[in-house]
Design a protein around this ligand. Structure first.
Ligand code: ADP
Length: 217
């Protein structure tokens, strides 16, 4: 069981804090807004009202003993930077921070954030890909150059094996799993034959995934 501190209880912070707590972890939630603290107190181990950008506040909460700190302050960039710097200086091993834009993310990495996330941007990308084609169930950017996509088997693929489809050569992508109903095959073989309703999980360069996406639109 790990100890997590979640600082900032906007929609993102609340969702992270509640999920970690439901998973059985120790969660300390901090926000300067008293109402948010009362609302979340039943869903976390501790909920404390305070301004996390004042060094003494986090210090007195023993933040250095936490395994992970999540800085979920998005709107107030100055506060997000201050808090990230303080938790890092106080010795928290792993700090994940939410950024509003690329410049904000660069600053957060510079001052020691271990991981920076863009929840709204990433969700926007996933939703947009799903809207463009109903065959695309999910789309995740793994890096600026590689993506993962979950897509329904196209009618022209039904009854064909992975070997026959030859996706690696034809489209430059790897099929890493096949979902069929409730089951998921994470070691697909060359002679596995695709059926109607199957869902493929594929990985490839953003370019190649884009070509496949155009095909399935
Ligand atoms: P979201 O976009 O996920 O809803 P917001 O940036 O709107 O996130 O919310 C951030 C939360 O962080 C707010 O509830 C705000 O009260 C809290 N917050 C901002 N600055 C501080 C700070 N210095 N100390 C503690 N909490 C803060």
């Amino acid at each position: 069981m790990k100890q997590f501190a979640v600082i900032g209880l906007g929609r993102f912070g609340i969702s992270v804090a509640k999920t970690l707590y439901e998973m059985g972890h120790d969660v300390l939630a901090i926000d300067k807004n008293e109402e948010l603290i009362s609302a979340i107190s039943d869903y976390t181990t501790h909920a404390v009202q305070g301004d996390a950008s004042e060094e003494g506040v986090l210090q007195s909460l023993g933040i250095k003993n936490f395994d992970v700190a999540v800085v979920a302050i998005g709107g107030d960039i100055e506060a997000s930077i201050m808090v990230t710097m303080i938790v890092k200086e106080l010795g928290v091993k792993y700090v994940l921070a939410k950024a509003q834009n690329d410049m904000h993310a660069r600053v957060l990495y510079k001052i020691g954030a271990d991981r920076v996330v863009f929840p709204e941007r990433d969700m926007g990308i996933r939703v947009a890909h799903n809207l463009v084609s109903t065959n695309i169930m999910d789309y995740i950017e793994l890096s600026p150059n590689y993506s993962l996509m979950e897509l329904s088997v196209l009618p022209i693929w039904v009854g064909k094996s992975l070997k026959e489809l030859n996706m690696r050569t034809k489209y430059g992508i790897n099929v890493i799993a096949i979902k069929r109903g409730e089951s998921i095959n994470v070691t697909p073989k060359a002679d596995d034959v695709l059926r109607k309703g199957d869902v493929l999980i594929v990985v490839g360069t953003a370019d190649d995934i884009g070509k496949l996406e155009a095909l399935s639109g």
